[in-house]
Design a protein. Sequence first.
Length: 270
Amino acid sequence: MSTSSRAGEAAPTIELIGVSKTFPTASGERVRALENVSLAINSGEFVTAVGASGCGKTTLLRLIAGLERSTTGTINVNGARQLGPSEQLGIVFQDPTLLPWRTVLENVMLPVQVLRLETRAYRGRAMALLETVGLEDFRDKYPHELSGGMRQRVAIARALVHDPATLLMDEPFGALDALTRDQLNLDLLQLWSATRKTVLLITHSITESVFLADRVVVMSPRPGRVVEEIAVDLPRPRHLELINSEAFGKYVRRIRQRLGGAPGLARSRA
């Protein structure tokens, strides 16, 4: 996909043009994490980025989130240069990082307090999100009283409570068991279908990347580059049975071939 919109078309929600990132090491050397990455993600699109561990996927997400600055290149979010964290973005990390002394509802409301939004106006939205993720009866519980999957559901609700245009997700289900991960993938697709947020999800699972996405961004080993963008033409809504279909398997095999069997990739079930 071109990184610049054609005349008369809306600008991409997320746009990267020639982005590279180099980190200094303790020994004084410099490590190139990303190399000349160009990418455009349109409003309402669900995009996944897949690649081996260490290929720069998380660095890519942190650059888009404004948590890191690129060494070269340009990043635009909603048509404006990305210069730092933005309330237009919600972020979900692999570790839900809930505050143990706050209840589920209080954790979901945290961005409202940080952004100094009207508490009364957003409390209803927080409650509605907890209902959407199936945790309305757990609003007064504390994180230690929840399973890993439930804590990640709280993290997703927290990322959405201030109604950001875009949701960035960094391997949010990577630490969960397979059954819980499958269920949260279904829950996430249902939530996305209801809200039509723009989503970028980072994963090292080929199966997950295909199952969730409108488009899969395949990344090379470090320094990370975009080696292919694959449009996923599979019907929605999607169900787990789809994973066993020949059409699904073709996408998985194509991505695996592009990745060249790189180490650090989750083994596909397709």
